[in-house]
Design a protein around this ligand. Structure first.
Ligand code: UT7
Length: 323
């Protein structure tokens, strides 16, 4: 028998306030048409004043626990992927732990920007395979609206707030690619590309700072690196693109999503797309798409899924799993 980490529940939460592209036309030299055609984004959600990343994460975690039919006492660990934690410390994960009423186990944040959820899934998988945990809540949650420069039209129209979560649980498999659960992971980073996407402030510099991005440069790296990491992860699982039921990509730009699918030889019918409604929610985008994809009836038990993401670092990676 082979130990596998299987997703047994998924949930998400989006803040109430929806901001349509047209709202930006009042304060910036931009148009709904530009945003829609260059990025595929139509609207995004922004957290309310005082609503924090751990608040969003807690809602999503409750929804995932409910979907898995398990109690908070059943959870051994929380891994929360975020670049926008409530405070410098403690971690947003321990705040979620407390909000859920969980008094045992351990919780920590993980920061790999937009690749955060793929990194978190891979690390939670390792915790389960090494026997350090049997059930892990893996969350991606962000309030990127807090690090936007509202005068920079090339970035502030692209990002949104939200959270998604899954319950990852140890189960026995046969060791074949027919097993449910994580079948392979592929993580990469290259710090030489820091200047393409970063926040120009932080605790050990001087202020919180704002997100800065050379969008067209990131775009160029994205399609090539995403197709490559997805293909590598499939190879590690001894599978090919033909075996894939759903690509669940990081939702940054519809043109990146389309370009990656094309490079992999996959039709857009096999891609879960939520970018039009959420914008780029960084580490939250993949678990949000998993949850919405399940709600829509797209993702079903037994489906082979490839989740792939790239972001600041640059950091990128992919996970192959059977739902
Ligand atoms: O999640 C982490 C990873 N991030 C990403 O994957 C984002 C990757 N990049 C992108 O999604 C795209 O590069 C953008 C959507 C950011 C931009 O699209 P683009 O086709 O690469 O456009 P561009 O940056 O080359 O800009 C084209 C023009 C520029 O004007 P000039 O220099 O040609 O006169 C920009 O100033 O569009 C202008 N522009 C805008 N115009 C209207 C930039 N932002 C806006 C705007 N409204 N909001």
């Amino acid at each position: 028998m082979t130990r596998r980490a299987v997703i047994t529940g998924v949930g998400h939460y989006l803040p109430e306030r929806v901001v349509e592209n047209a709202e930006f036309e009042a304060s910036l030299e931009t148009t709904d048409e530009w945003i829609r055609s260059r990025s595929g984004i139509e609207r995004r959600h922004f957290a309310a004043e005082g609503e924090t990343t751990s608040d969003l994460a807690t809602h999503a975690a409750r929804a995932a626990l409910n979907d898995a039919g398990c109690e908070v006492e059943d959870i051994d660990a929380i891994v929360l992927a975020t670049s926008t934690a409530d405070l410098t410390f403690p971690s947003a994960a321990t705040m979620v732990q407390s909000a859920l009423g969980m008094t045992r186990g351990f919780a920590f944040d993980l920061q790999a920007v937009c690749a955060g959820f793929v990194y978190a899934l891979s690390n939670a998988n390792a915790l389960i395979l090494s026997g350090q945990a049997n059930r892990v809540l893996v969350i991606g949650a962000e309030t990127f609206s807090r690090i936007m420069d509202w005068t920079d039209r090339s970035t502030c129209v692209l990002f949104g707030d939200g959270a998604g979560a899954v319950v990852l649980e140890a189960q026995e498999g046969t060791g074949s690619s027919e097993d449910r659960g994580l079948l392979s992971t592929d993580l990469n980073s290259d710090g030489r590309y820091k200047d393409l996407l970063y926040v120009d402030g932080g605790v050990s510099t001087e202020n919180t700072g704002f997100l800065r991005m050379q969008g067209n440069q990131v775009f160029r790296h994205a399609v090539e690196k995403l197709a490559s990491t997805a293909t590598t992860a499939l190879e590690k699982a001894e599978l090919t693109a033909d075996d894939v039921d759903w690509i669940v990509p990081h939702q940054a730009n519809i043109r990146i999503i389309q370009g990656t699918a094309k490079k992999m030889g996959l039709s857009m019918d096999k891609v879960v797309v939520t970018v039009q409604d959420h914008g780029n929610t960084s580490a939250a985008s993949i678990p949000l798409a998993l949850s919405v994809g399940k709600q829509r009836g797209q993702i079903k038990q037994g489906d082979l899924i490839v989740a792939e993401a790239i972001g600041g670092g640059l950091a990128w990676g992919a996970v192959v799993l059977r739902w």
